[in-house]
Design a binder for this molecule. Structure first.
Ligand SMILES: Cc1cc2nc3c(=O)[nH]c(=O)nc-3n(C[C@H](O)[C@H](O)[C@H](O)COP(=O)(O)OP(=O)(O)OC[C@H]3O[C@@H](n4cnc5c(N)ncnc54)[C@H](O)[C@@H]3O)c2cc1C
Length: 291
């Protein structure tokens, strides 16, 4: 199928893009990697009157890794972030999760920020941002604002981004020392959206006892579901944790729905299994970071 008719704009500067978006209001849609938007247009599930292609705004093609975290610009492709050694050193969860995003061809074109703005409840990047307590920087003709992940994701394919705003970057904070992360998911075929998936982060104290353990679950709610399981893990080392109790605690906090791929009960069960798997890997990585 072909997309409905639209007017195409390709500004070369950020100022030009936000002025254009301010003028267009709800009639304007940003085009980044096009890996979600173009299929939606072709299937006629979206019909914006104007597309604002940001691919010529090279100032948005940035990946900045600093001790406090990684800032990913709106034109940084999934693949570039996945392969960035600097980003991996500061926040390894990015590459761990990006490995599960679609196929390399799609990762070559799709953007991390586009994935966050698209806000598919089955997508990996929103869960990573939510777990880390990151934020999204939005620019408009009125200036810039930073929106924390907890406020950014409003519902399936729905965010706090307002008409006239452009997401210029997303910030993924680093974790404290003696932290480890992991991402586990199950999909019907590699590269498909996950039936269930879990991002995990564990921080240990100086005696290698669990100080913090959190997960963010995908495909089991309208937005990424962040769950703090520190109390269930107890204050001992990872080897002393009652992992069955952790799996049950995660299952209690989610409310998955059935679809053609899986029943709600299967998704609930799987999420518990994946949460334990991810948390154990994250705890191992946290212990190794101390060696
Ligand atoms: C076959 C296939 C499998 C896939 N599997 C997965 C998967 O397993 N996991 C996963 O997470 N994703 C998957 N994707 C989606 C892929 O990750 C997309 O790249 C991503 O969702 C959107 O990024 P994009 O840059 O392509 O955005 P686009 O398609 O260009 O835009 C998507 C939406 O976000 C808006 N938008 C994009 N950037 C901005 C911005 N800077 N400011 C404001 N609005 C913006 C657009 O207006 C549009 O509404 C898959 C895609 C395909 C085709």
């Amino acid at each position: 199928m072909k997309p409905p008719a639209f007017r195409y704009h390709d500004p070369a500067e950020l100022g030009e893009a936000v002025d254009l978006l301010a003028r267009l209001g709800p009639d304007g849609k940003v085009l980044a990697g096009g890996q979600s938007l173009i299929p939606l247009l072709n299937m006629r599930l979206a019909a914006p009157a104007h597309l604002v292609d940001i691919n010529r705004i090279t100032e948005l093609n940035t990946i900045t890794a600093e001790p406090g975290g990684v800032r990913v610009g709106a034109l940084a492709r999934h693949r570039a972030v996945e392969r960035s050694a600097e980003a991996r050193a500061v926040q390894p969860l990015l590459a761990q999760a990006l490995h599960h995003v679609a196929h390399p061809v799609i990762r070559n074109r799709g953007t991390v920020v586009g994935s966050i703005v698209h806000a598919d409840p089955s997508a990996e990047m929103p869960a990573v941002l939510a777990l880390l307590g990151g934020s999204v920087r939005l620019a408009s003709s009125r200036g810039e604002r930073d929106v924390p992940a907890a406020e950014f994701f409003v519902g399936p394919l729905e965010t706090a981004l307002q008409p006239g705003e452009l997401a210029v970057s997303a910030f993924f904070p680093a974790l404290p020392e003696r932290s480890g992360t992991a991402f586990c998911e199950v999909s019907r075929r590699h590269g498909d959206y996950a039936m269930a998936g879990v991002a995990a982060a564990v921080t240990l104290d100086e005696d290698l006892r669990i100080r913090s353990a959190r997960v963010a679950c995908v495909s089991v709610g309208p937005v990424p579901v962040v769950i703090d399981v520190t109390a269930v893990c107890g204050a001992g080392p990872a080897s002393s944790v009652d992992w069955d109790a952790v799996a049950d605690a995660v299952r209690e906090r989610i409310d998955p729905e059935a679809d053609i791929h899986a029943t709600a009960e299967y998704r609930r069960h799987l999420t518990g299994v994946l949460a334990v798997r991810a948390l154990r890997s994250a705890a191992d990585a946290a212990g190794e970071s101390e060696e």
